[in-house]
Design a protein. Structure first.
Length: 206
């Protein structure tokens, strides 16, 4: 009888240890493996993805999410991606505007100057949300000196806009343009902002 209870006790002890043991997070993939898993080939160049991913890893980001913007593509194409490294998924893929003084179909010139009405490139950090003239918006801090560190002064933010809707393309042959902000379609802007706010990194390439 004692032996039977002893075996039962050991079994319960093993099961308790199994179900209460901490679950280890999946290890980070190398850049090529993650790029392949996300099926980004033909959408964004690998070298751009690799640079962003390398910074994300060394940044020690508390959130497993980062955003890519490729202004090398025309505004008729989706060029904005939100990536979850932990889930190894593209959470959002969207059209995004560029500044009216950066170009027409393509963004060809960039600026960090106040009132330039041009797009900035480099590394941004998503900060706090607020309600402004464009509704629900996300403030950005520019981390690339000389490229975008005037983002706060310029009020460069992520917000929704009707002129960022892809339906505008069929009428005008391109998206509308902002005063330098990466504006998103209203159908996704709030969800994207809530996903990336408060600390995630945004990598904008030309």
């Amino acid at each position: 009888m004692f032996k039977k209870y002893k075996e039962l006790f050991l079994t319960l002890l093993i099961l308790t240890a199994f179900f209460t043991a901490p679950v280890k997070a999946a290890p980070l993939l190398d850049a090529k493996s993650l790029y392949s898993r996300l099926a980004l080939f033909g959408q964004i160049e690998f070298d751009k993805f690799e640079r962003a991913y390398h910074h994300f890893i060394i940044s020690g980001s508390k959130k497993p999410i980062f955003t890519l913007i490729d202004y090398g593509k025309p505004s008729t194409k989706k060029r904005f991606w939100v990536i979850d490294v932990k889930k190894r998924r593209v959470l959002f893929e969207s059209h995004v505007t560029h500044g009216k003084n950066s170009g027409e179909l393509y963004a060809v010139t960039f600026s960090n100057k106040v009132n330039s009405l041009k797009t900035s490139v480099g590394i941004f950090k998503a900060a706090e949300v607020y309600y402004g003239k464009h509704g629900y918006s996300l403030r950005l801090d520019g981390l690339s000196k000389g490229l975008n560190d005037n983002a706060r002064k310029r009020a460069i933010v992520i917000h929704g806009a009707d002129y960022a809707d892809p339906r505008v393309i069929s009428e005008h042959g391109q998206l509308g343009r902002s005063w330098g902000c990466p504006a998103l379609p209203l159908s996704v802007s709030r969800r994207v902002i809530n996903m990336i706010k408060e600390g995630t990194f945004i990598y904008a390439f030309s």
